[in-house]
Design a protein around this ligand. Sequence first.
Ligand SMILES: *Cc1c(COP(=O)(O)O)cnc(C)c1O
Length: 220
Amino acid sequence: MSLTEIQTRISAACTRVGRDAADVTLIAVSKVQPNERVQAVLEQGHRVFGENKVQEAAGKWPEFRDQFDGVELHLIGPLQTNKARQAMSLAQAIHAVDRPKLATTIARLAQETGNCPELFVQVNTGEEAQKAGVLPSDADGFLAECRTLDLPVVGLMCIPPVFEEPSLHFALLAKIAERNGLSGLSMGMSGDFEQAIALGATHIRVGSAIFGERDYAATA
Ligand SMILES: *Cc1c(COP(=O)(O)O)cnc(C)c1O
């Protein structure tokens, strides 16, 4: 696959459901990928990238930013409170806000620094024990807490369980977003972004379909 092929598939998926492709942001998930591959996608003009670890993002993006203007970095992985400050200075968006302690920490740092990335609240739509995110039944309450803290929450994010039909999870996320007046929907990955677009995704997170398979052994 390549960046242009993915862009073509995004356009086609939008056309099928009468959406404007400009309303879907493609986050190219560059975690674990060799720098040459990331550089190649930057050279093709793409500027929106996703990383799931603060440390890894800090290791490669300052340099890429020196080389390329207008990079927009999205942190899409679980965030530890003690990494929130670094995350907020690196990223333009954080997709995994999922607990009161993290929300209050981000609010305090936003006050202190006068800067806050756009935030997505992660919902554990499959109610999986090992997965981050608020439970669907806790989402409304948590979002109310975030509003009280004046956090710039723009939408919701989910990662459906591997062996379930993702559309059910995308539909659930869209429903929770709608009843909370949120327009952002961060959902859809390499294997299911077209379904996510059909159900209203505004941000799709696509890694391996753009860059190729991740070689965890090579980077360990
Ligand atoms: C790695 C990752 C992706 C991208 O996965 P692909 O299947 O390679 O597209 C998307 N979202 C999150 C949260 C990820 O950690």
